[in-house]
Design a protein around this ligand. Structure first.
Ligand code: PLP
Length: 398
């Protein structure tokens, strides 16, 4: 057994890439404000614009559509919080901002749910979409949801759909192109939480079809506390969440976080240049789940038959509680997660597993292993050994 720790919680936060670190150190030396016109200011501006181009390139977007934020949570709030009776997103060429119900997946991340639920839900109303036991939505239900809304007498003008690309807890991937097509067929638009995408699968906004996506740098090797909205086409924020000096082309006030943005841009470049890492991760992941089944034949793997990220395994072993397992694993030098680690410091019941109708034992015992391109077989073996000890202890206690 190796002495180092095995960090297997990449969906919570990925280790900082050396390229991001180097870019941030270089950015720290630049004194200027990106809004200043002198040479120092222009140097800071160049860093921000370089990063903007890299973030756009990572997702096949247009640099003009990139708005830097303090992370995905701010991006979700900027896009989804209603302002009076209107949505915040505005499509150029329209004289009115769009208005209508927000249809969202009930398994969205807390930042999306929180942004939609308050402080004002607007006049359009909210409609949560059920997921099946597979963790996926039924497209036909989405289509009939629009009709139901009209029958209820709600005026539907450009309804918005909010759908995540991949779930942070289970890794289950939604069919975003199909959801985007359904939204567009009704004259609506799609906002997609693509946070768990970069570094795990390729995103191409032109084929995915979402009208806006949002990202968080620390999920793909950038620093924590910086993220971005990427608009596809002409949509913009008509009423910015963070008002101020008109930075980010009027979409987000405040002096840009030049250091964080530099790190995000460098991470985006590194991830794009590294190409699709899913094959290597898939091998480790499949090995893990195969061996886990050998150690604990009664293990339940969430979303086993659904399209899943190559890096994520959410599982529960009957008789082993998540909290106990996390402590034992941590003592053995293994960092795993349970529930949604980035929304709480402690283990709490998962709304995602509940929505999928998972059994009580799964909800009480679900653990999440999430790996990255630098995870080794040794890390996986170390985790399996620790889990095997837990299973033996469970047997002994029975
Ligand atoms: N969306 C998803 C799917 C996430 O996994 C997370 C964080 O775990 C977020 C949004 C929020 O990201 P941040 O905390 O960086 O704002």
């Amino acid at each position: 057994m190796t002495t180092g720790r095995a960090y297997l919680d990449w969906n919570a936060s990925a280790p900082l890439l050396p390229q991001a670190r180097a870019a941030m150190l270089a950015a720290m030396e630049v004194a200027g404000n990106p809004s200043s016109i002198h040479a120092e200011g222009r140097a800071a501006r160049a860093i921000v614009e370089q990063a903007r181009a890299e973030v756009a390139a990572l997702v096949g977007g247009d640099p003009d559509g990139v708005v830097f934020t303090s992370g995905a949570t701010e991006a979700a709030n900027a896009l989804l919080q209603h302002q009076d009776a209107h949505d915040r997103v505005f499509f150029a060429g329209e004289d009115h901002p769009p208005q209508g119900p927000a249809i969202f997946l009930e398994i969205e991340h807390a930042c999306v749910l929180g942004a939609l639920m308050g402080p004002s839900t607007g006049t359009g109303g909210l409609l949560p979409m059920r997921v099946r036991a597979s963790g996926l939505i039924e497209l036909a239900e989405l289509e009939s949801a629009f009709e139901l809304w009209v029958k209820l007498g709600v005026e539907v003008r450009r309804p918005r759909i909010v759908a995540q690309l991949a779930n942070n807890e289970t890794g289950i991937i939604q069919d975003i192109p199909a959801i985007a097509a359904a939204a567009h067929a009704k004259g609506g638009y799609l906002i997609c939480d693509a946070v768990q995408g970069p570094g795990k699968l390729t995103i191409d906004m032109t084929t995915h079809g979402a009208d806006a996506i949002f990202l968080s740098a620390h999920k793909f090797g950038g620093p924590k506390g910086v993220g971005a909205i990427v608009f596809n086409g002409a949509a913009r924020l008509q009423n910015p969440l963070v008002k101020g000096g008109g930075q980010e082309r009027g979409n987000r006030g405040g002096t840009e976080n030049v250091i964080g943005i530099a790190g995000m841009g460098a991470a985006a470049k590194a991830v794009r240049e590294a190409g699709d890492p899913s094959e290597t991760m898939r091998q480790l992941h499949d090995h893990f789940e195969k061996e886990l089944k050998r150690i604990a034949p009664d293990v339940h793997v969430v979303g086993r038959n659904s399209p899943r990220l190559a890096n994520t395994s959410c599982f529960a072993i009957p008789g082993i509680l998540a909290e106990q397992a996390l402590i034992a694993l941590d003592l053995d030098g293994i960092a795993l997660s349970s529930g949604s680690a980035c929304s709480s410091g402690k283990v709490k019941a998962s709304h995602v597993l509940k929505a999928m109708g998972e059994h009580d034992f799964v909800r009480a015992g679900a653990l999440r292993l999430s790996i990255g391109p630098t995870t080794t077989l040794d890390d996986i073996e170390k985790c399996l050994m620790s889990l095997e000890r837990l299973v033996k202890r469970r047997k002994a206690a029975a």
